[in-house]
Write a protein that binds this ligand. Structure first.
Ligand code: LMR
Length: 393
């Protein structure tokens, strides 16, 4: 029976981790999977998380089950950072649950919209490959539209066009900040328009916020999400703490659901709980408990936000250095300076990407996406020289 299963290709991005690890060159450069790296090339555990983990080890008295919603203290403590300080529940209309990372949250959100009768998911392309993969696995139809114009700005015309022909029964998946893979985010006035259009067309927004704090700042990166949420009756937010708390493999995320009225939340959330039960039953506790302990302690919150500021500033610094290189072979690196978060796309073909890997030990996704946090002030020049060489032959 099981021989009916066909060989599947390995996930291209995750396969890069193994390829990079197996490369013995000491000067190799890893710009593949999206993890933050310090100027020394490390991905350390946050100091605030270390302190919270210590506290957790000392004070946690039980590891008994919590239920499919996970650690609700974590889910609620995060809300003021996501939705704003004044009324993070938007009048009691938002409720959340813990999920295994952002992917768990997206999986639940998309399964819920499918159950609710959504027929199509509108999605700017390129997008994070797992978005399409989850939709395909759930048999959800996708309608792609260009996320960016060739000159590197958000393609508002394409978005307007797709929304013009959209309506009730459609959902739209939007990257809240730090667009993955392009780094091209909507400006605030563009978010204002998106909020208005999505509300007018009665399209259900699903906002993926996986990099809050790594773009322009915690509040700045939530501008679009907050703007959309006050304009529409219903929305879903897939949140990840994997990057902004550095918890990657601990898989820490949350799904938030906003309904038109508070009384409608129980039925909607019961679907999230039932879907979680059928998928992973209950989310892993450790990372979420550590985040909760950070958020419950003012000094740890300050330490966490300082660490996040340092990360964001380093990413900005690398971006400025790349942008200053300007024209490199056939590439123009200048736009990278105005893009946000860890990722940007370089217009490279398959051969050039392979040559970068084989000749120069530079690892990047097959789409030409680079994780700029993988660069250090010590290896940027080598990287830029390698780009020049592969693009000019
Ligand atoms: C990435 O895009 O590199 C990250 O979100 C990690 C992943 O799971 O793909």
């Amino acid at each position: 029976m099981l021989t009916n299963l066909q060989q599947q290709p390995a996930d291209a991005l995750l396969a890069l981790i193994k390829l990079h690890n197996a490369d013995p060159r000491t000067d190799k450069i890893d710009l593949g999977v999206g993890v933050y790296r310090t100027g020394q090339g490390d991905t350390p555990v946050f100091g605030a998380i270390k302190a919270a983990e210590k506290k957790l080890a000392e004070t946690q008295e039980s590891k008994a089950y919590l239920g499919p919603e996970g650690d609700m203290g974590f889910v609620e403590a995060l809300m003021p950072y996501v939705f704003g300080k004044v009324d993070p529940t938007l009048g009691g209309r938002i409720e959340g649950m813990q999920t295994p990372g952002g992917t768990g949250s997206l999986r639940l959100a998309l399964a819920m919209v499918k159950r609710a009768g959504v027929r199509r998911v509108l999605m700017g392309t390129p997008s994070w490959p797992n978005h399409a993969q989850i939709c395909a696995d759930l048999d959800l139809e996708m309608a792609g539209f260009n996320h960016a114009t060739p000159d590197g700005t958000a393609d508002m015309d394409a978005l307007r066009e797709v929304l013009r022909s959209a309506g009730e029964g459609d959902a739209i998946l939007l990257h809240g900040c730090c667009h993955n893979p392009s780094g091209i985010d909507y400006e605030n006035d563009e978010w204002d328009e998106i909020a208005r259009l999505v509300a007018e067309r009665k399209v259900l927004p699903l906002i993926d916020l996986a990099y809050q704090g790594l773009g322009l700042g915690m509040d700045e990166d939530a501008y679009g999400l907050r703007r959309v949420l006050v304009a529409v009756p219903e929305a879903l937010v897939a949140y990840s703490c994997d990057k902004n708390f550095g918890l990657y493999r601990d898989r820490v995320g949350a799904l938030y659901v906003m309904m038109g009225e508070e009384a409608q939340l129980a039925a909607a959330m019961s679907n999230g709980h039932a879907l979680a039960r059928a998928n992973w039953s209950q989310p892993p506790d450790h990372g979420a408990a550590a985040v909760r302990l950070v958020l419950e302690d003012e000094a740890l919150v300050r330490e966490w936000l300082d660490e996040l500021d340092t990360m964001r500033e380093r990413i900005r610094q690398v971006r400025s250095r790349l942008a200053a290189a300007g024209k490199v072979g056939t590439l123009d690196l200048a736009p990278l300076g105005g893009q946000n978060g860890m990722f940007s796309i370089l217009k490279l073909d398959k051969e050039q990407i392979l040559a970068l890997r084989e000749k120069h030990g530079v690892y990047m996704a097959g789409s030409g996406r680079i994780n700029v946090a993988g660069l250090t002030l010590g290896n940027i020049d080598t990287f830029v020289d390698a780009l020049e060489e592969v693009t000019t032959g």
